[in-house]
Design a protein. Structure first.
Length: 268
């Protein structure tokens, strides 16, 4: 009996809805499945080219003017760095690089950037802004690589501290066109136990894509989010179950939040 128990995995039998973009879901799905759960993939964000490619190219061409480049997300790293490498062969010497989260730092390392300014512990714009490198920035030119319509907090705060801030929008987040019928059938059979969502846009997209019937199931299903802001949106949408907030947006943190939820269920 003890041997059988030792073989049990933390999430055996749990069905987890994974909503990351199609080309970014593999690692999270793999971690979920390693714990014995089923990962149900349903992308709610699609990454597309920016509306104004010429504006992005113009900033890349004058990257030497900036002292700090901030990358908001792994998508920003991949899109911007591939363009920078193709356009000019690499980053200008002396340009300091910063990013918001661990996943972005990991992507930067793939491009040979090992010394990025990155928060430790909590990964968000607020924590990044507390780091010494971004506090005394009066007169500093800073470029922020991001998706279209991202949060203004980072740029606004740096500008208030005296920095000259420009945005380089290197991708767009769009809502995918998807057949929701298979997912709705699973939900109707009670085969979706918990949902993971990692952005406010993704949360709104999922809600809209499911339609009236799906929304009634969604709001009664536990959901893991990655920020207090997302939790507030869940409440605005009428979720009946308090959202679970992962410690950070990293895949490992999402899995830990699901495991904590599962452990709490077993203790009831």
């Amino acid at each position: 009996m003890a041997e059988l128990f030792s073989r049990a995995r933390a999430l055996d039998g749990v069905r987890v809805l994974v909503t990351r973009p199609r080309d970014q879901a593999d690692n999270l799905a793999r971690l979920i499945e390693a714990e014995g759960a089923e990962a149900i993939r349903f992308p709610v964000i699609e990454i597309a080219e920016p509306q104004d490619t010429q504006a992005l190219l113009a900033i890349v061409d004058r990257l030497d003017e900036f002292a700090i480049a901030i990358f908001i997300s792994p998508n920003a790293v991949n899109r911007a760095m591939n363009l920078i490498l193709a356009r000019r062969g690499g980053l200008p010497p002396g340009l300091r690089v910063a990013c918001v989260g661990r996943a972005s730092a990991r992507e930067l390392k793939h491009f040979g950037i090992e010394d990025a300014i990155v928060p430790s512990g909590h990964f968000d714009s607020e924590t990044l802004l507390e780091l010494p490198a971004l506090r005394d920035v009066a007169g500093t030119r800073i470029v922020i690589f991001r998706g279209d319509g991202g949060r203004e907090l980072l740029g606004d705060t740096l500008a208030a501290r005296g920095a000259a801030v420009e945005y380089a929008e290197c991708y767009r987040r769009t809502r995918p066109t998807a057949d929701t019928t298979p997912l709705l059938r699973r939900w109707a059979r009670g085969e979706v136990d918990i949902v993971t969502v990692t952005s406010v846009d993704g949360l709104h997209n999922l809600y809209d894509m499911l339609g009236k019937a799906g929304q009634s199931w969604l709001i009664r299903t536990p959901v893991v989010v990655v920020s207090d802001r997302m939790a507030a949106v869940c409440r605005e949408l009428g979720f009946k179950v308090d959202p679970l907030i992962a410690a950070q947006a990293a895949d490992e943190a999402l899995v830990e939040a699901i495991k904590a939820w599962r452990a709490a269920q077993k203790s009831l």
